[in-house]
Design a protein around this ligand. Structure first.
Ligand code: PMP
Length: 436
């Protein structure tokens, strides 16, 4: 099978040349730079439904979906209408608005795992604040995170992290003080002994254990429920806080995210992405008793000029109202799992060494023959060479996946059967080229 001719990228390439003068690597977030896939990044002009258009007029079926927030696809009419209505009243007040109550009520009335929350402006902020809360609440400094889990770019969490760090081969960031890194204990996922040993070694010192609802920043590392239950038990036994970072899984696995998926109640949950309907929103939530420690009720300080921004709240309300309708997740998840199943059937029939991991509407294409991948070290870095070919072939066939083989893909409710059929055929052809 031969590769397809490259799509025109002249305008994107020119824009990238310009961008490189202004921004490090030409981008405002590293993975966007296409450093580990072929060619220069595509500059996007417009999105609608499941489609994206770039500056050269190429059209794509988008499975990146802004890295997760767009569960209803691009430019959803209801979200757009709500945002425009909010805009009519002004962009920001730095004072409370009824919209914040409305979004909070929508979330809290439909989520039995948290009682109060605080809105922030990104996933990073949500997790950073959750860690501070856990430390303030327990009076302890150390935290445990898992190798490959990405929790945003705050200092304590940029140690052995996934996402852009693993993509570029350096999993810990420079510029993090040694003393910070020393308080972050990193353990492999799915390793009960290592976790038990850490709790013994640092008895009475662990403020929190943090895990992604489903680790999805270093491939999709599906964990056993028994392991998550173990995290719940060991944290409880040691007086430590269990944090589910649900920036990806929140409102994705279902309205109540991973907590409901496992039916395990963590102490603090963080949200981002979907919660803002495509606008910059994050949140962290917990019991009323733990949230009481946040300023101005308590001594853990956390604030934000644009927190609870009315336009962003309006987008979040519009998006979450759609997700809260009966049958939304059932239909979306079924569509996604059928899509994944037929790719699996094709790959298996051809004996291709590729696996497609899937949960709800999240999928990950892994060039491996392992049936289970639960820890970051189960992924061979060389397998990313194949992803690079796949990514190029797919772009040339009008399919947009995230520009890193460590990142997951998302199916939105805007992906119709027709587009998913087209995408499947493109994936089949592209796999044929990868394995030719
Ligand atoms: N936590 C998780 C699980 C994430 O996937 C991300 C972003 N991909 C973050 C935190 C950070 O969120 P943000 O990029 O909005 O700061």
């Amino acid at each position: 099978k031969s590769s397809k001719a490259d799509i025109p990228r002249e305008k994107s390439a020119l824009l990238f040349e310009k961008a490189k003068k202004y921004f490090p690597g030409g981008v405002n977030s590293p993975v966007r730079a296409f450093k580990s896939v072929y060619g220069t990044p595509l500059f996007i002009e417009r999105g609608d439904g499941c489609f994206l258009w770039d500056a050269d007029g190429n059209q794509f079926i988008d499975f990146c979906c802004s890295w997760g927030p767009l569960i209803l696809g691009h430019n959803n009419p209801k979200i757009k209408e709500a945002v425009v209505a909010a805009l009519e009243h002004g962009l920001s007040f730095g004072a409370p608005t009824a919209l914040e109550n409305e979004l909070a009520e929508l979330i809290l009335k439909n989520n039995k795992y948290i009682e109060k929350l605080r809105f922030v402006s990104s996933g990073t902020e949500a997790v950073m604040s959750a860690i501070r809360l856990a430390r303030g609440y327990t009076g302890r400094d150390k935290i445990i995170k898992f190798e490959g889990c990405y929790h945003g770019h705050s200092d304590s969490l940029l140690v052995k992290a996934g996402s852009g760090l693993v993509t570029f081969g350096e999993t810990s960031s420079l510029g993090v003080p040694k003393s910070f890194a020393e308080d972050t204990i990193v353990i492999a996922l799915d390793d009960k002994e290592a976790l038990t040993a850490a709790f013994e070694q640092f008895k009475g010192e662990i403020a929190a254990v943090i895990i992604e609802g489903v680790p999805a920043n270093n491939g999709l590392l599906l964990q056993d429920k028994a392991y998550i239950q173990f995290l719940r038990e060991i944290t409880q036994a040691n007086g430590s806080i269990l944090i589910f970072d649900e920036v990806i899984t929140g409102f994705r696995l279902g309205f109540e995210g991973a907590a409901a998926y496992y039916d395990i109640k963590p102490d603090i949950i963080t949200y981002g992405k979907i919660i803002g309907g495509g606008m910059p929103v994050g949140a962290y939530g917990s019991s009323a008793e733990i949230m009481m420690h946040i300023s101005p009720d308590g001594g853990v300080y956390q604030a934000g000029t644009l927190s609870g921004n009315p336009v962003a709240m309006a987008a979040g309300i519009a998006q979450l109202s759609e997700l809260n309708k009966a049958g939304f997740y059932k239909e979306l998840n079924k569509k996604a799992s059928e899509f994944v199943a037929s790719i699996r059937r094709y790959a298996d029939a051809k004996n291709y060494k590729v696996k497609i991991f899937n949960i709800a509407s999240i999928f990950w294409i892994a060039f491996t023959d392992k049936e289970n991948i639960k820890a970051a070290t189960d992924i061979a870095h060389e397998s990313m060479d194949k992803y690079k070919i796949l990514h190029r072939e797919l772009l040339n066939r009008g399919i947009y996946l995230g520009p890193s083989g460590y990142e997951v893909g998302f199916v939105s409710s805007a992906h119709s059967k027709i587009e998913l059929e087209k995408a499947k055929r493109a994936i089949f052809e592209s796999l044929d080229v990868v394995f030719k």
